[in-house]
Design a protein. Sequence first.
Length: 133
Amino acid sequence: MRFHPRTLTLADSGFQGLQKLHANTALPAKHSKKAPLDQADKDLNHLISSERVPVENIIRRIMVFRIMGERYRNRRKRFGLRLHLIAGFVNAELCRRSIADPRAVHAYPSIHPAIMDCPHAPPRDRIAPCYRP
C-alpha cells in the first residue's frame, strides 16, 4: 500500500506493522495481562473505532457484490477496473441517498479532535485536509 505522507491513516489492529511504513498512522492501543489499558487509552480506542465505522460500512457495501466478496477468479489485470466500477455503484447509491434524505449520515467521516491530541497521533501540520463533496 502507498499513502501520501500527509494522509492520516486510521487502521485497526490488523495493520500493526503499518506504523513502520507510514508514520502518520493511528492504531488502537493494545493491552496485556501485565499492562492493562487505562481509561485514556480505552477512550482513544473507542474514538478510533467510531471513526472507522463508516469506512467498514462502505467496505461491507462493496463486499455485497459477489465478485468482490469471494475469491476473484477472473483476469488479474481487470481487477482494478471492476473494483472501480463497483465503487462507482456504491458512491452513486450513497449520493442518491444523501440527496433523498439530507439528514442521512454522511459517508465521509471527520476526524475527532481527541484522536489528534493523543500521544500516538502525528503532528497537526502533517494531516491532509479533508474535503467533502
